[in-house]
Design a protein around this ligand. Structure first.
Ligand SMILES: *[C@@H]1O[C@H](CO)[C@@H](O)[C@H](O)[C@H]1NC(C)=O
Ligand SMILES: *[C@@H]1O[C@H](CO)[C@@H](O)[C@H](O)[C@H]1NC(C)=O
Ligand SMILES: *[C@@H]1O[C@H](CO)[C@@H](O)[C@H](O)[C@H]1NC(C)=O
Ligand SMILES: *[C@@H]1O[C@H](CO)[C@@H](O)[C@H](O)[C@H]1NC(C)=O
Ligand SMILES: *[C@@H]1O[C@H](CO)[C@@H](O)[C@H](O)[C@H]1NC(C)=O
Length: 549
């Protein structure tokens, strides 16, 4: 458990402090696990007592910057930026990938979770974690891995390690998927809650032995992330322990460790893949989870309950049960970042289905945004996603005034992850347009009515590809009207830190070649946005036009 934190900023002076803090936290987490497991009733659970301050950000690789119905507003000032962006598109992505691969251990800061506000399962844990400041890294290794796979010499991946040779039948696990290893089994499968094993029993196959070690979390190759994910053993055997419970429904086994707690990762790594994997069973599916996090389960209870009619089973519960199933899937089908590939999804599920499902889970009323008729009775609503720590709007009042002038009713909300998700979902769903600077808060776009407009504001620094990878594609897949607005140099508070002829402005993409941590600290953590409302007005106007079309 501590190992996740151990990696953070290893090598610098703070490392020792972190290690120490990690040890302490580790100790209390162990204590907690014990409490949760042995005396659940003794644990006071607080639902939403955690918060992430920084959003997702990772290297981009697939997809161009523009999609069919997205628009980009590039003012004169950042023309250089966009040009450069285009020019370097292919090449730089590769570089970014390499870099974030080799540095993501140090650059752990995008999702700093303040542990004081971290998963609170009981009071004493919360107090003792107050001293810790765990930083979860975010660089997705998905694209890195794809990049790396073309060169087999740099694929030392431990994920999906096969310990013994497979039998002649189809192997139990498929480790060729880029994001996650998946084990699909049909037959006599026994799962020991005690010891994290999934055993495929085939009495006939006396000689054949097959054993896999997998991490059932969709961020394959990201060792930092997987350090927080319990490894499972999936093996074939001619005999197994006696079943104590037999289930008629299939099981889906997954971890809620990794980067959970960051809204973006909750969706990209878990909820979307979980939907893809399990929606087909129409509730008749048993979820079995590792790395149990009660607060996470509480937060997404309504989603979990809509997907499965049965209470979750904690694989590490330490009970003596041996649960038997006829069908088991270990790992969640994750295709690309925050997306579903309908060609590979059961029933051809799409992100439109996912969004509809989310609206249904939270009983959100609006399937579609306001129509002209609605607008006769009420103003169109604009949700401005505010941020506090970085990439904040420095002139919110001015933005709000401009929007109101155009006839919007403006709602300003911080997509603080500690906020009540159901409440936030209702707010988002009540709006016709949502705008925000690139960050995890934009994940809330899943609650928008179909065809609503989402405006992603891309901070200075050639981050268009990342913006598209994280949210743009998903938004378009969901049928939203996606608008990407790249800020100009003068709209960035970086002008207060660097002279106009600094490479930050003249060659922002050169920073992409210097390590993802450099990229992040330069453009993500230290930048705020002062929107040029004269220019941005056009975007808000277009969004209105889209509504009444
Ligand atoms: C494993 O997954 C890969 C990649 O999707 C696929 O091409 C291959 O057919 C799968 N193998 C088996 C045995 O299903
Ligand atoms: C990402 O993947 C690459 C290639 O497989 C690997 O070398 C690197 O260690 C991984 N990075 C992390 C943070 O796990
Ligand atoms: C559970 O684990 C304990 C200790 O690891 C072991 O002695 C026991 O046999 C296990 N029980 C089952 C049913 O696997
Ligand atoms: C999810 O649950 C809500 C209420 O609990 C219900 O109204 C809705 O129909 C469910 N949706 C699905 C897709 O099961
Ligand atoms: C969204 O807009 C498109 C094109 O304007 C239209 O064809 C589609 O029916 C709309 N969808 C909904 C759910 O309103």
């Amino acid at each position: 458990m501590g190992s996740k934190m151990k990696l953070v900023r290893s090598g610098n002076v703070q490392a020792r402090k972190y290690k120490f803090a990690a040890l302490i936290t580790g100790f209390f987490l162990v204590t907690m696990t014990f409490l949760v497991v042995s005396k659940p009733q003794s644990v006071v659970i607080s639902n939403f007592g955690y918060r992430t301050s920084f959003p997702a950000a990772r290297t981009g690789s697939d997809n161009g910057l523009q999609g069919s119905h997205s628009a980009t507003y590039s003012g004169g000032l950042d023309a250089l930026n966009s040009q450069e962006s285009e020019r370097n598109d292919g090449k730089d992505e590769g570089e970014i990938n390499d870099i974030s691969g080799s540095t993501s251990k140090e650059e752990a800061s995008t999702h700093e979770i303040k542990e004081e506000s971290g998963p609170k399962s009981s009071n004493h844990v919360a107090t003792n974690q107050a001293a810790t400041h765990i930083a979860l890294p975010t660089a997705s290794n998905y694209s890195i891995l794809e990049h790396a796979q073309s060169d087999s010499s740099i694929v030392p991946e431990k994920s999906g390690e096969q310990v013994q040779t497979p039998a002649t039948r189809k192997p139990l696990c498929n480790v060729s998927y880029p994001r996650v290893d998946i084990c699909d089994m049909n037959g006599d499968i026994r799962i020991g809650a005690n010891s994290s094993f999934v055993m495929f029993v085939e009495p006939s196959a006396t000689e054949q032995k097959e054993e896999w070690r997998v991490h059932p979390y969709a961020r394959k190759g990201d060792q930092t992330c997987l350090n927080g994910v319990r490894q499972l053993t999936v093996k074939a055997s001619s005999e197994g322990p006696q079943c104590t419970v037999s289930h008629d429904v299939p099981a889906v086994v997954f971890s809620i460790g990794g980067y959970t707690g960051n809204l973006f990762h909750d969706f990209s790594d878990l909820l979307v893949p979980l939907f893809t994997t399990s929606r087909q069973f129409n509730g008749e599916v048993q979820f079995i989870v590792t790395d149990w996090k009660q607060w996470w389960i509480n937060k997404y209870r309504v989603v979990l309950q809509n997907l499965s009619n049965y209470p979750l089973i904690d694989l590490a519960a330490g009970d003596e049960q041996v649960r038997c199933f006829k069908q088991v899937t270990v790992g969640l089908r994750a295709h690309t970042e925050f997306r579903i590939d309908p060609r590979r999804a059961p029933n051809g599920y799409t992100m439109v289905d996912f969004a509809r499902f989310m609206r249904s889970c939270f009983s959100l009323e609006r399937e579609t945004p306001s129509t002209i008729e609605d607008l006769a009775a009420r103003k169109p609503r604009l949700l401005l996603i505010a941020r506090k720590w970085s990439r904040a709007f420095t002139n919110s009042e001015e933005i709000v005034a401009t929007a109101e002038e155009l006839g919007y009713e403006v709602v300003v909300e911080e997509a603080d992850v500690s906020s009540d998700l159901a409440r936030f979902a209702r707010i988002v769903n009540s709006c016709d347009v949502m705008m925000g600077v690139h960050g995890a808060g934009l994940t809330n776009l899943v609650f928008l009515p179909a065809n609503a407009t989402i405006v992603q504001i891309v901070p200075w620094g050639g981050l268009e590809g990342i913006a598209m990878l994280d949210f743009g594609n998903a938004a378009k897949d969901m049928g939203l009207n996606y608008v990407q607005y790249s800020i100009g140099m003068e709209e960035s508070t970086l002008t207060e830190k660097y002279p106009r002829d600094h490479p930050v402005f003249t060659k922002p993409l050169s920073f992409h070649g210097r390590g993802f941590h450099v990229l992040r600290s330069t453009f993500m953590k230290q930048q705020n946005v002062k929107l040029d409302v004269k220019r941005f007005r056009g975007v808000l106007w277009e969004a209105l036009v889209h509504l009444i079309q």
